[in-house]
Design a protein around this ligand. Sequence first.
Ligand code: ADP
Ligand code: MG
Length: 621
Amino acid sequence: MTAFKALGLEEHLLKAIADMGFETPSEIQAKAIPILLERETDMVSLAQTGTGKTAAFGFPMLQKIDLKSRTTQGLILSPTRELCLQITNEMIAYGKYMPGLNVTAIYGGASITDQARQIKKGSQIIVATPGRMKDMIGRGLVDISKIEYCVLDEADEMLNMGFYEDITEILSHSPKEKSTWLFSATMPKEVSTIAKKFMRTPVEITVGTKNVGSDQVSHEYYLVNARDRYSALKRLADANPEIFSVIFCRTKRDTQKVAEQLIEDGYNAAALHGDLSQSQRDTVMKSFRARQIQMLVATDVAARGIDVDDITHVINYQLPDETEIYTHRSGRTGRAGKTGISMVIVSKSEVRKIHTIEKMIQKKFIAKEIPSGMEICEVQMFHLANNIKDTAINPEINSYLPNINEVLADFSKEELIQKVFSVEFTRFLNYYKNSKDLNISGGGERNFSEEDNKDSTRYFLNIGSKDDFDWMSLKDFLRDLLQLGKDDVYKVDVKDSFSFFNTDTTHQEVVMGIFQDFKLEGRQINIEISKDTGRSKGRSGGGGRDRDRGKRRGDRNDRGDRGDRGDRGDRGGDRGERKGSFKKRSGASSSSDKPAFKGKSRRSSERPETKGTGGRRRRKD
Ligand code: ADP
Ligand code: MG
């Protein structure tokens, strides 16, 4: 904030800037604002999209206009109706502590009389598209003969769209004595021509390279089975410990679902969609800007308002219905001169969409593989090692050092490292130990349902809720007993006096071995392999018995049946087929700051224990 103050901005603007959540001026702002505040000068500014050009001209213009006067003093021309509205809204937000400020948007496709009426009330600033502006000047509905500041925003775009004549016409109605500020992402010949024509010795500012924003983004796609979408997402996050991302889903429901699941799995995630109230959305965005949220799961509509730079990854959890939307999504990263990655998780049926998008963005996608569990562990270990290396030593520790030394006296440096990493990573390693390859090869048809049946075994067990088990406690019990990883026991369904669960077929021998002669509190426990894999739900076919069972299972998954479990769904969902129902809540209100103690809480046992890794939750220690 002091950095904004140093640019010479007044208190009311600083207050509005603070409200907007801006912390430091962008480069273009730092360069342009002081000059525009101090001098009456023309200016040509070249900067990529997303570098904050609106504020670069907006702040100075707001500070310089006379609020007491109702005369139109500033005109901002922009190429499209969307930009026009966006700039208008930004100007209104910047000027929220300027009583009497009137900013009016003038654009085609809306009532000209309404716009004229607004102008009549006295607008100090008009934001307009060239076509409608020319029209209104011609009809005598707008007077720009007294403007002092004129902005040509996205000048290259305006010229591309053929507005040269209109701009010339409009400016001929403006006074000679005024400051013209031209902003553009690129500087084609035409732009220098209008710069020469309409400006006198403009100050020139260039930020970054002159190429367009999209060159900063690389595009990748990952081909997985549709049911592995969620697991793939988690791996992508885990393989990028410093991820700061927006994840796009197609519907509000999916957005909420994915966000909640991520939160449950221990990630710093939140949902952003239209069902949230404005204040909930503000809270989410505030946490996101503050990096308390590393994975923002959003719908396309809600994401339009996302104005955060430094986003490292955009992840298309699902591709949008319309290919154009893809450009909006990927444009959320690679802003402000930074590079970014736009990832797409696709199932086989969607691959052709990738080619359509390639044609549209005129760039090739890189086909990438979802990292294996072991690759992820390696990345995370390395990340931790670097974190340790870069951690400043807290002097408070010193007073405990003698005692700690005493405890650890017998270990070499090597052993200590092994131990430190074991503390952090045993759970992580266990989690990924037997993880499967999520990638599917490019060619050949496959029958996924059959595949599902092959690699999973469903068991029947003669204990149930009568024995004080619920699905969660049974899952924990089985995991401990079988010495399997977090994900290796899934689809746990507990009935009155019996239960079902699944493991991958590779564990079948172990499972059967352990239960061969197993007693629980003196009672013999029987296990049987069930013919139903537990994955056939919703699939057609199968005998009557199967169908019956499917129905019963469906009933059991009803919300009402799970009321007491709150938001803890069956985390068999990691297999991409989560069954629990989701409770609506704002992701930002998650328990992300709650310290979790290893092994003490069930929640913490549901995820690999990590600290400061990936989108995973950082705990305050
Ligand atoms: P451009 O016109 O260069 O494409 P915008 O002016 O539209 O960029 O700004 C891009 C986004 O960055 C906007 O949503 C804006 O609110 C935001 N923004 C602008 N300046 C800052 C800043 N100093 N800090 C954080 N965000 C900013
Ligand atoms: Mg702009």
